[in-house]
Write a protein that binds this ligand. Structure first.
Ligand code: 13P
Length: 258
């Protein structure tokens, strides 16, 4: 069975004091369940990665960045390389988040280069995909998500694909308080798993973890994760609240599939 995986995407939030405080609280609350029953990774802004790493201490909570650049070093003002992320203790990196796709205008091609570079460097990737509301309303959810996966994972062989967690995050559910229903999310997760079976093989499709993201909260976490193909959550707003994120991780640790 796939171990549940909860990610906290702090986005452009916190400051040095609140980031460290949140990380301390998480390490206190979650050390017992982390790793054994559930994998947990928090993704603070770049500038607080080191402080959060220090505050997490020896606990098993992973550290992730919210983005990375594909070049190893050089004249790329403002960008951050994979080796820099590893240097400050990152195990994970989020790639292709919808806010980067739609606000920063990242292309599938750029996302593919980032994903490939991240995995080659030894980082674990949380690769985000998801449709806009108008695409869902036009019945295009499956084709949009499938295209993002095919283009994003192009040229990434099975060995490297093992370092990928896919996060299905419908854009209309992000930050809106309107989560996809467990059924809606499950349907897309099944489609993604079938696509992975075609692109790679059936056994890998059963191994790869697929998170859901978009207005996941302490109140809906258990229901979302009761679906057999929802292997965890990528949490935005609720990951900034110690109590809420703790409850979400606990719900994952006690996950009951229906
Ligand atoms: P919210 O949980 O705030 O909707 O954000 C989800 C998300 O974008 C996580 O990456």
């Amino acid at each position: 069975m796939r171990k549940p995986f909860i990610g906290g995407n702090w986005k452009m939030n916190t400051d040095s004091a609140s980031a460290a405080e949140l990380a301390c609280g998480l390490s206190r609350n979650l050390d017992d369940v982390c790793n054994e029953k559930v994998d947990v990774t928090v993704c603070p802004p770049f500038v607080y990665l080191s402080a959060v790493k220090k505050a997490l201490g020896p606990c098993q909570i992973g550290l992730g960045a919210q983005d990375v650049y594909f070049e190893p070093k050089g004249a790329f003002t403002g960008e951050i390389s994979c080796s820099m992320l590893k240097d400050v203790g990152c195990s994970h990196v989020i790639i292709g988040h919808s806010e980067r796709r739609h606000i920063i205008k990242e292309s599938d091609e750029l996302i593919n280069r980032k994903l490939s570079a991240a995995i080659s460097s030894g980082l674990l990737a949380i690769f985000c995909v998801g449709e806009l509301l108008e695409q869902r309303n036009a019945g295009k959810t499956n084709s949009v998500v499938a295209e993002q996966i095919k283009k994003g994972m192009a040229g990434i062989g099975l060995e490297k694909a093992c370092a990928v967690t896919i996060a299905y995050e419908p854009v209309w559910a992000i930050g809106t308080g309107i989560n996809a229903t467990a059924q809606q999310a499950q349907e897309v997760h099944v489609m993604i798993r079938e696509l992975i079976a075609k692109l790679y093989d059936k056994s890998f499709a059963q191994q790869i973890r697929i998170q859901y993201g978009g207005s996941a909260t302490a109140a809906n976490a258990a229901e979302l994760m009761s679906q057999p193909d929802i292997d965890g959550l990528l949490v935005g707003g609720a990951s900034l609240k110690l109590e809420d994120f703790t409850k979400i991780v606990m719900a994952a640790a006690e996950r009951k599939i229906i």
